[in-house]
Design a protein around this ligand. Structure first.
Ligand SMILES: [Zn+2]
Ligand SMILES: [Zn+2]
Ligand SMILES: [Zn+2]
Length: 122
């Protein structure tokens, strides 16, 4: 099985294969719109004409190069934790962390602590 971390470790765009710091190959799935951040190839407002060709403004220097933003566990900072699905995520994880990433170990720590401390007080 291919882990998500490996896809970033080789530091090339997963779709078009450019290296970090270069512009994506035109039409790459991973290129974001420089204005709104949506996928460039489907942003008809800023990037693509109705006929599917790229807009002149988009081509004329508005694009950003491919930069890798690492994903890390918000608690232990372990890079690229394995992703997992937790049915009780919203119950267990405090609101300020819900939109972030936790590794499984930290998630279980948060869950255990929450259950333990709530038992104590209740
Ligand atoms: Zn790309
Ligand atoms: Zn846009
Ligand atoms: Zn962690």
């Amino acid at each position: 099985m291919r882990k998500k971390g490996e896809m970033y470790k080789n530091r090339r765009c997963h779709d078009c294969g450019v290296e970090e710091g270069e512009l994506h190959v035109l039409g790459c799935d991973f290129e974001g719109c420089p204005e709104c951040g949506n996928q460039a190839i489907i942003c008809y407002e800023h990037c693509v004409n109705p006929d599917g060709s790229f807009k002149e403004d988009f081509l004329a220097g508005a694009r950003y190069p491919y930069i890798i933003i690492p994903v890390a566990c918000a608690r232990c900072l372990k890079p690229y934790p394995d992703l997992f699905h937790a049915d009780d995520w919203d119950e267990v994880v405090p609101p300020d962390i819900r939109s972030k990433v936790l590794c499984l170990g930290c998630y279980e720590f948060v869950k255990d602590s929450r259950h333990r401390s709530n038992r104590k007080s209740g």
